[in-house]
Design a binder for this molecule. Structure first.
Ligand SMILES: O=P(O)(O)OC[C@H](O)CO
Length: 373
């Protein structure tokens, strides 16, 4: 019975907003004409099937929500055109220049520090941390990032791990410009992969391939080793494991919550007034995503460093992960959904399919019983 209730509440969450897609009730239809709404009312299963085709709570987490158009009249349209010219022909070249200068400064300092200070580990690590923070600040400047940080800035302590909701790889840049975190992330191809395996590895970042089972074991071991080192950079994990559109949070993977460490939650909320910071990696490369940010007016966001949390007596790592997800979701105003973000990369699990079949069979049986009465 309990199992049934749980699955029903999960199914409720998955219920599509079909009303959003139907013509509003105030439209007067000619008398006697059959409307789409009437047709769908015939059967809940038909409604659900129609809903699943147009919308579902899983897909909604990974959809970019476009802003309301505002340039619709004769006064505003010329202003919008002027804005396009300023953004693309003035701001963008200036930002490319800023980023180029940033890279020149960074590379001309990083290589001497990395190769010439081999015997002075402490000094080398400190300088490398400062340089990585510096290049991240140049990246933020290249999108005119307006970031407001709330709460105490993270400090370096053993046995603590920072976890944040995830919208784009720029989350890492936004956080890294303040604190040189060692981040756990998916390994990427191209220039991002090159940076990952050279510069970022030197600040303790750990990379993995989410499709490789053996990578997960290696990462789990590396995490345990990393959190014990007192001089290591604070560890940062995005436990959703994938980018979500900053309206929802998907299930947190439990890895960060079973390390026996204090978990420090970080909530990140982007303001979409100028640009949507969600990176939809299926539609856009990271380079295109950065270009989109660099041709917008600004990237506006709030970052909250929240109160550190510890595992409570009797609490499982999964419950702990859920509690921390609650804290982050409330602070950033995000809606929680029960999905595993990795489903993006796989077919629905047999368990999920069976739950749907079970619910459908039960509704058919209920209908038959009612007809018998
Ligand atoms: O949105 P995804 O699943 O492509 O993940 C993107 C990055 O790997 C997350 O950092």
């Amino acid at each position: 019975m309990t199992k049934l209730n749980t699955s029903n509440s999960e199914l409720d969450l998955d219920r599509p907003n079909i009303e959003d897609y139907l013509p509003s009730g105030c439209i007067q239809e000619p008398h006697g004409k059959l409307r789409l709404r009437d047709l769908l009312d015939i059967s809940p299963t038909l409604t659900e099937a129609a809903g699943a085709i147009i919308d579902d709570s899983f897909t909604r987490c990974f959809k970019s929500i476009p802003p309301e158009p505002w340039n619709w009249n004769v006064y505003l349209f010329p202003l919008w055109c002027l804005g396009v010219v300023v953004r693309y022909l003035i701001l963008f070249p200036l930002r490319v220049l800023v980023l180029t200068v940033g890279w020149i400064i960074f590379l001309s300092a990083y290589f001497p520090v990395h190769f010439l200070l081999k015997g002075h580990d402490k000094l080398r690590k400190n300088l490398e941390r400062c340089l990585v923070e510096l290049i991240c600040s140049f990246f933020v400047a290249s999108w005119t990032g307006v970031v407001k940080y709330h709460g105490p800035q993270p400090s370096r302590r053993p046995k603590q791990v920072f976890v944040a909701n995830h919208t784009s790889m720029i989350d890492f840049i936004v956080l890294e410009q303040m604190t040189a975190f060692a981040v756990i992330m998916q390994k990427h191809p191209g220039w991002v992969g090159l940076l990952q395996s050279t510069i970022l590895e030197s600040v303790g970042c750990i990379w993995f391939n989410r499709s490789e089972a053996k990578d997960r074991e290696t990462v789990a071991r590396k995490l345990r080793e990393h959190v014990l080192g007192a001089d290591n950079n604070p560890l940062l994990i995005f436990p959703e494991g994938t980018c979500v559109n900053n309206h929802y949070t998907v299930m947190f993977k439990k890895g960060a919550f079973e390390l026996g460490c204090t978990v420090c939650p970080i909530a990140i909320k982007y303001n979409k007034v100028f640009v949507d910071a969600f990176w939809n990696s299926r539609k856009q490369s990271f380079t295109m995503h950065l270009l989109q940010l660099m041709t917008s007016w600004a990237v506006v966001c709030d970052v909250w460093y929240l109160e550190p949390q510890n595992l409570k007596p009797g609490e499982t790592p999964i419950e702990f992960a859920e509690r921390v997800r609650d804290i982050i979701s409330v602070r950033a105003g995000l809606k929680k959904v029960p999905w595993d973000g990795y489903l993006k990369y796989s077919r629905p699990s047999p368990k999920h399919r069976e739950r749907k079949q079970q619910s459908f069979a039960e509704s058919v049986l209920r209908g038959l019983e009612e007809n018998e009465i």
